[in-house]
Design a protein around this ligand. Structure first.
Ligand code: ADP
Length: 302
């Protein structure tokens, strides 16, 4: 199975004609709440594609917590290892989506910031049946490093989505099988602007030198660049009518990991990621926008 070790949030979403500028009060179009968090999103993306998926993480002592666990269960994600932390509230993301699908996101980590060794201990009995662990940066970085270290001497693949953007400690790179930054995150990691295929290739080269086995740079509507020591390639984005790019990156990682779970070659796995990401941009919301396997298969043969 695949384990997602990461954040579980509730998204509070407003849709607006455009993103407000600092100090501006803007009349928006609509408001809704929806489950999110990069960890939960990636777990749901996998489960929707039919992959046996377990999430390890924390929610808080509010109504959101139970709602979030129920939602994950309903989506087919195994939730036995979600801990309800009575000392904090559940993670929250406040999201604004403009008319063209552009977005702004503020995250209040809450329970996600409390993930620690107790949660890591839940991993050990699961290791023999785990193919891959998906990580993001919405739980403490020490925990992320610890988990990657545990997986190092096993056959378990570590796929790190270095989001939200931050500079990573150098020790983490050699522990990572696949790193999947978007342009902003890649820019942060390498220290120059990554804005397309050419700069992505340079960034990927640096990430490989730092020790990752595979660097996949997500370039939004421009597609994706992928490099390993053996090969490198660029895949243009699928042409879709994007209305909301929230969680496109999470969808990508779900599609990528699902293909790898099915032993697909790297290029095909990146293509699954790109297709899953593209499909996610065609619907509003985070998890509700992810395709199921039938939808993905149909899209891929078009
Ligand atoms: P993030 O959501 O992390 O910012 P991206 O915006 O780069 O990540 O999106 C992830 C992937 O989803 C892209 O690499 C691409 O394959 C796909 N994608 C995103 N936006 C679009 C779009 N407008 N059209 C087609 N595919 C898209």
């Amino acid at each position: 199975k695949i384990i997602v070790f990461g954040s579980i949030n509730i998204d509070l979403v407003t849709t607006t004609p455009r993103l407000p500028i600092p100090g501006e009060t803007l009349i928006g179009n609509s408001f809704f709440t929806t489950p999110g968090g990069k960890g939960a999103n990636q777990a749901v993306a996998l489960a929707k594609l039919g992959i046996p998926t377990q999430i390890i993480g924390r929610v808080g002592n509010d109504n959101f917590g139970l709602e979030l666990i129920n939602n994950l269960k309903n989506c087919g994600v195994q939730t036995e290892n979600i801990f309800i932390d009575e000392t904090v509230n559940s993670g929250i993301a406040v999201i604004t989506v403009g008319q063209k699908g552009e977005n702004n996101i503020i995250v209040i980590p809450g329970a996600n910031a409390k993930v620690n060794q107790e949660d890591i201990n839940k991993l050990y009995p699961l290791l023999p049946t785990t193919n891959a662990i998906l990580l993001q940066l919405e739980i403490p970085i020490d925990t992320v490093i610890q988990i990657a270290k545990i997986a190092q001497n096993t056959n378990i693949k570590i796929i790190l989505d270095p989001a939200p953007a931050q500079i990573l400690p150098e020790e983490i790179y050699p522990l990572i099988d696949i790193i999947t930054p978007n342009e902003i995150e890649a820019s942060q990691l390498v220290g120059f602007a990554v804005t397309g295929e050419e700069t992505a290739a340079k960034a990927a080269e640096i990430l490989l030198q730092k020790g990752v086995k595979c660097a996949i740079i997500k370039l939004g509507a421009k597609g994706v660049f992928c490099a390993t020591k053996q090969e490198s390639f660029y895949i243009p984005a699928f042409s879709v009518q994007a209305i909301d790019t929230v969680a496109a990156g999470d969808a990508f990682n779900g599609g990528l990991a699902a293909a790898l779970f099915h032993q697909k070659p790297l290029k095909e796995a990146v293509n699954w990621g790109a297709a899953t990401g593209a499909l996610a941009t065609t619907k509003l919301g985070a998890q509700s926008s992810f395709p199921d396997r039938i939808t993905l298969d149909k899209f891929l043969i078009l």
